[in-house]
Ligand binder design. Structure first.
Ligand code: UDX
Length: 458
């Protein structure tokens, strides 16, 4: 009973590809637009340029409702146009809007007489909706306030679980004028009512019913995105700050997190202490709010502290290693995990990057392994000095120390006794607290004291 719409998605990164796959899956006709001809050619031949579990299959299953092009003309037929381009941090840390601006300027001339909604899905500073609206007015000859309206519809998906996060969201936030928001509600109807067939790769979670729909002003929707990410970021930093004190007073952050997380007002999620956050969002969004505060002469001390604590964790891990080995000169140090988190090959703001850099500065020989991010690291981290580990054993062989930087399941499942047996005098810095088996090694974790040979609680 739902009316299929024609949708244009500008930008074929994580957010654009996820949005295109989702909208095609719930029955709409989607055209994906990107200025990069190589990306478009790859997508046309069925290759997906990013690693996201289940995305290849989902895109293939809806290929008949998806086309890819570098030409903006496709916008003229679209009922809804999504802007899903990158907003990387600029030199001062605030998001660089050049791609949003050029997407808006390029799409504007192709707007036509029918009702068309332009959706900001990129994470953009508060006020960008109005800015895009002004750009459209400037560049669209037939711009009409009644027919062409901008909506902010922020994305809350996590990399690695992008499909499930977009198919079964907690909420859908729609900020903008009434008519445009109504059109977006119609677009998302199969998602709101959960009438679509769940893909095999992303089954509907037990107990999930349907998302809440939050209708707001443009500015509130933009703020919701930033405030949500900033809150999650500071929750992690809070766990890390408490973890440091736990170590000093003999408490165990894993027990403490369980104990406080059971209070339903707190909740246990995003309280995992360790090496802190990385990725493309938390650093950028906390900084983005601070920059917004600065513009209005309004300090944001909580967010400043959350950032400080996050990056301090990277130094804390090196300090733990230095305490164990005294010097790193000539020592072989293994790094397990390069991606900023498991199940992705994304290396943006990955803690492993800073660890490798610091370790080499201190004279260590670094060997690093990642289940999937190594090829990307070979391209993007060419400025770092490290040896690639062809297999995970190479990280341990005759190593003086090994650091767990990313909590891949494969690492949780390692035979840690056998692995530490390959090391010189085993020193393991488990910066993600994944080791839960007794281990005859110098084992250091975050926020809990461990003693050589001790049987750790499971
Ligand atoms: C995040 C938000 O979760 C998502 O809603 C938003 O749309 C984009 O930013 P993402 O960056 O993909 O998603 O990853 P996420 O799973 O949230 O993890 C972020 C970082 O925090 C990772 O580096 C992870 O290792 C770290 N983390 C997470 C912790 O250190 N402890 C935790 O308890 C949770």
């Amino acid at each position: 009973t739902h009316q299929p719409m024609r949708v244009a998605v500008i930008g074929t990164g994580y957010v654009g590809l996820g949005t295109a796959a989702l909208l095609a899956h719930i029955g709409h006709d989607v055209v994906g637009i990107d200025i990069d001809p190589d990306k478009i050619a790859a997508l046309q031949s069925g290759q997906v340029p990013i690693h996201e579990p289940g995305l290849d299959d989902l895109l293939a299953s809806v290929a008949h409702r998806l086309t890819w092009t570098t030409a903006y003309d496709a916008v003229s037929a679209a009922d809804v146009v999504f802007i899903c381009v990158g907003t990387p941090p600029g030199p001062d840390g605030s998001p660089d809007l050049q791609y949003v601006a050029s997407a808006a300027a390029n799409l504007a001339p192709h707007l036509n007489g029918h009702m068309q909604v332009i959706v900001n899905k990129s994470t953009v500073p508060i006020g960008t909706g109005d800015y895009v609206q002004r750009l459209l007015e400037e560049h669209a000859p037939g711009y009409d306030h009644g027919r062409h309206q901008v909506v902010s519809n922020p994305e809350f998906l996590r990399e690695g679980t992008a499909l499930a996060d977009s198919l079964y969201p907690d909420r859908i936030v729609l900020g903008g004028a009434e008519g445009a928001v109504a059109k977006m509600t119609a677009l998302y109807a199969p998602l709101i009512e959960q009438t679509f067939t769940a893909p095999a790769t992303a089954p509907r979670p037990d107990g999930y019913t349907r998302p809440a729909v939050v209708r707001t002003t443009l500015q509130s929707a933009e703020m919701i995105k930033y405030a949500a990410n900033a809150f999650l970021a500071l929750k992690i930093s809070f766990a890390n700050e408490i973890a440091g004190l736990c170590e000093r007073v003999g408490a165990d952050i894993e027990e403490v997190a369980t104990g406080i997380g059971l209070d339903q007002r707190i909740g246990h999620r995003f309280l995992q202490a360790g090496l802190g956050w990385g990725g493309s969002c938390f650093g950028k969004d906390t900084q983005g709010l601070i920059s917004a505060g600065q513009e209005h002469n309004y300090p944001m001390p909580i967010l400043e502290a959350a950032i400080e604590v996050n990056y301090r964790q990277r130094r804390v891990i090196i300090d733990k290693l230095l305490r164990q080995l005294k010097t790193l000169k000539g020592k072989k140090v293994g790094i397990l995990g390069m991606a900023f988190k498991p199940d992705t090959d994304d290396l943006r703001d990955a803690p492993a990057h800073d660890l490798i850099q610091r370790l080499t500065q201190l004279g260590a020989r670094v060997t690093a392994h990642d289940p999937i991010a190594m090829p990307r690291a070979a391209r993007e981290w060419a400025h770092l000095t490290y040896q690639e580990a062809a297999q995970v054993e190479d990280v341990f062989d005759r190593a003086d120390a090994v650091i767990v930087a990313t909590e891949w399941t494969a690492y949780r499942l390692l035979d840690w006794t056998a692995m530490s047996g390959r090391m010189r005098a085993p020193v393991i810095i488990d910066a993600r607290n994944i080791i839960r088996t007794p281990l005859d090694a110098e084992l250091e974790q975050v926020g809990r004291s461990t003693v050589k040979g001790q049987v750790l609680p499971s």
